[in-house]
Design a protein around this ligand. Structure first.
Ligand SMILES: [Fe+2]
Length: 237
């Protein structure tokens, strides 16, 4: 934690974007720890999951400093950048085994990629999945709790977005045409959570109820019903 704090202290905490990512990193670290605990991992593995969460967005700080943007497509891939920063500036100061160092670096690199590559070891994949789940849960948390993150709009849901959602499929971002679609894309993160233990966090913290209070427009009702059905089904088996 000290090494993380020291690295982050080089950036301007008065910058809202930096502060947002700082707080997000700490919450995702707690979430990776919680998922690992729910998965009944041992203490060493729980700590490794925690470090994956803490450092997963380490590339964001330099990205914001350089470009003042979170737009990976038009600036730099923050997973790739974080991978390099972790290995060159963080890992050398930490007392990690080469195996743990590589696991964290891979979790950073692949937390934001479309797919988790099959070339990773099963062990590495597990930490990538935990990190991805924790990241998504925190985005849902932010949407449910932080004012101003959710633009309300008058548009109806696009047909293709609706079709993917009713099939319990994550929404392809290329289909997003308006703010309503964008909200559904984030809600559909729930379909993409790998672990039942991650869904348990959504359930235990009543995130769906909180999100529904925010998205109170009638057009969202059917989608919350679908999400509740999906969660019920996942917990039946
Ligand atoms: Fe990220």
């Amino acid at each position: 934690m000290e090494i993380f704090q020291k690295y982050v202290s080089k950036f301007d905490m008065n910058d809202e974007m930096i502060l947002l990512k700082y707080k997000h990193s700490l919450r995702v670290a707690s979430l990776t720890k919680l998922i690992a605990k729910n998965l009944k991992m041992d203490d060493k593995a729980i700590n490794l999951a925690y470090l994956c969460g803490l450092y997963h967005d380490i590339g964001r700080f330099m990205q914001v400093k350089k470009y003042h943007s979170f737009d990976d497509l038009n600036t730099i891939d923050h997973g790739d950048l974080g991978y390099k920063i972790f290995l060159n500036e963080i890992a050398i100061k930490k007392d990690l085994s080469p195996r743990d160092e590589s696991t964290i670096a891979k979790a950073i690199m692949y937390h934001n990629k479309l797919k988790v590559p099959s070339k990773l070891t099963d062990n590495q994949k597990e930490y990538v999945w935990i990190t991805r789940d924790a990241d998504k849960i925190d985005i849902l948390y932010q949407m449910a709790t932080i004012n101003g993150l959710m633009p309300l709009d008058d548009n109806e849901v696009s047909k293709e977005v609706h079709e993917q959602f009713v099939k319990y499929e994550p929404i392809d971002h290329r289909l997003v045409q308006n703010a309503t679609d964008k909200n559904l894309l984030i809600l559909a993160f729930i379909f993409d959570l790998k672990y039942k233990e991650s869904l348990k966090i959504i359930k235990d913290n009543k995130f769906l109820e909180k999100l529904q209070k925010r998205l109170s427009d009638k057009k969202y009702e059917v989608y919350f019903k679908i999400l509740n059905d999906y969660i019920k089904e996942r917990f039946k088996c």
